[in-house]
Design a protein around this ligand. Sequence first.
Ligand code: 13P
Length: 287
Amino acid sequence: MLVSAKEVLAKAKNEKYAVGQFNINNLEWTKAILLTAQECNSPVILGVSEGAGKYMCGFKTVADMVKAMVESLGITVPVILHLDHGSYEGAKKAIEAGFSSVMFDGSHYGIEENIEKTKEIIALANSKGISVEAEVGSIGGEEDGVVGAGEVADPNECKMIADLGVDILAAGIGNIHGKYPANWAGLNFEVLAEIEKATSPMPLVLHGGTGIPADMIKKAISLGVSKINVNTECQIAFADATRKYIEAGKDLEGKGFDPRKLLAPGFEAIKATVKEKMELFGSINKA
Ligand code: 13P
């Protein structure tokens, strides 16, 4: 069974750890993340961007696959299926398809329109027990063609959006998607502390988890971050392991071309990355 992020993240916030959101792309990704969560006895959030949803033949295919996999693998830790950076239409479709949580990213609208649309999505989601994440201050970098300018969120706007009844709030604090440039200034902890003060006890989300140093992750958690999104790091780990397998000529040995063999090193690499993050975020044994 899939659960809403509401209770899971309230517990995380209370006990000062963060739950990882790991984006999925296919069956191998989903299986690797679910098995690792179970082995670590950790709650887990599976993130699905609109692009990844299309790639996997639509939200219904994704929701049905995840639900069936949770059942057939005997997964008992809390699993949240979450729409990542959803549009207004996308959020409605994911709710209909059986997701247990959605992000409505209205950060590119003006604040008034963001508020109106967020309210609508909240009413629809709440009627089905589905949690809603909203975003203030766009996250920098590029994700699925959506390019954000990397703003630092205004704590007053955060409070305004939090008061609409969202369950989780993503606020830009200098974080960006993808790899961080060498001259990155780091996370803005002063603004994070202000946002936390204005919105507490709202669980806060840190997007762009790839490449943020461990000490900054820990500090962010101590200041109220309860959900951390990681995507690129799993992709790089998968690609590196697959490259090594092929460069070593293993696909040419015996039946090394069998996809179940060819994709195995990448699968194990995702598992190792997810485990490492769960340790860093402090979510192990918190299921
Ligand atoms: P990274 O790809 O930088 O880890 O960011 C993931 C993310 O924030 C998904 O919303």
